[in-house]
Design a protein around this ligand. Structure first.
Ligand code: HXC
Length: 261
């Protein structure tokens, strides 16, 4: 188990359904939730992306169900939700972390390339929220959507992701208003540059990383652990009156307009 500043039981008895939960930031969130008492269902397009995280969670004494599902496919999402409920009896927390990303200039990006990322990030987030609504209504549960800060200003080579994540933030706000009456809290996290992810290694050349580090007010890149801590806080009872917020976790990076591309 990793070190924690929280008590180990803050999510005790909860069942969390985490898309993209095998790797990266959302993998960290899944593992952290398991280490704080939750039972986990993790999804990804490919089972092989889930097995190592399932083993890690189980080796740490947690319970984990791995279900392959493409969030673009509503029926597959419905099936994954149904399997989770059959296995654990309920769902309390939904984390939307499945995301697509690559660097591409707008004048070179195909319509299908743009649409693919919007389909994964935005439509995928809606699909999972919509398909889990009845379960969340029953559990008075909550949703945590992972977006980004790319669209707060403008990020070259990221028009597709910026548009997609702006849509995710809109979903967070709209659902918090529409579903708050059922006791469902809907919040988001907008991570800044997080250094220990495959995505960041792939998307950010090393020389640019040094340049950006100097311009981050807190003087360092984020770590997956920073996002895990924000996720534990937002999904715990400590945040019981927080609804409709997308919490920026970026060391103050976006306020200085330091472009990531
Ligand atoms: C230009 C590209 C491309 C690239 C794919 N496409 N990769 N265009 N540059 N590098 C285009 C294809 O040409 C095609 O359009 C369309 O996208 C669909 O491609 P497919 O390969 O058929 O789609 P699919 O297999 O469904 O998914 C592709 C993918 C996905 C979206 C690229 O494999 C992916 O994103 N993998 C990485 C996942 C990842 O790293 N997630 C973490 C995200 S981190 P045409 O027109 O040719 O048919 C994150 C944080 C944000 O989101 C902040 C970061 C700074």
């Amino acid at each position: 188990m990793t070190e924690t500043i929280f008590t180990r039981d803050i999510l005790q008895g909860k069942v969390a359904f985490v898309t993209g939960g095998g790797t990266g930031i959302t993998g960290g969130i899944a593992r952290a939730m398991a280490e704080h008492g939750a039972k986990l269902a993790i999804t990804s397009r490919k089972t092989e992306n889930l097995e190592p995280m399932k083993k890690l969670i189980e080796d740490g004494g947690g319970e984990c169900l791995a279900v392959a599902a493409d969030v673009r496919d509503y029926e597959a999402v419905e099936s994954a939700i149904a399997q989770t409920v059959e296995h654990f009896g309920k769902i309390d927390i939904v984390v939307n972390g499945a995301a697509g990303n690559f660097l591409c200039a707008a004048d070179e990006l195909s319509a299908n390339g743009f649409g693919t990322v919007v389909d994964i990030d935005t439509k995928g987030t809606f699909n999972v929220c919509r398909a889990s609504f009845e379960e969340l209504k029953r559990s008075k549960g909550q949703i945590l959507n992972i977006s980004a800060t790319l669209h707060y200003l403008a990020t070259p080579m990221q028009i597709h992701v910026s548009a997609a994540k702006a849509g995710v933030d809109a979903i967070t706000r709209n659902l918090s208003v529409e579903w708050g009456r059922y006791g469902i809290r809907v919040n988001g996290i907008a991570p800044g540059p997080i250094e220990d992810t495959e995505g960041m290694k792939r998307l950010l050349p090393e020389p640019l990383k040094d340049k950006i580090t100097k311009k981050i007010p807190l003087g360092r890149f984020g770590r997956i652990k920073d996002i895990e801590n924000a996720a534990l806080f937002l999904t715990s009872d400590a945040a019981g009156y927080i609804n409709g917020v997308t919490l920026v976790v970026d060391g103050g990076q976006w306020l200085l307009g330091t472009s990531l591309a």
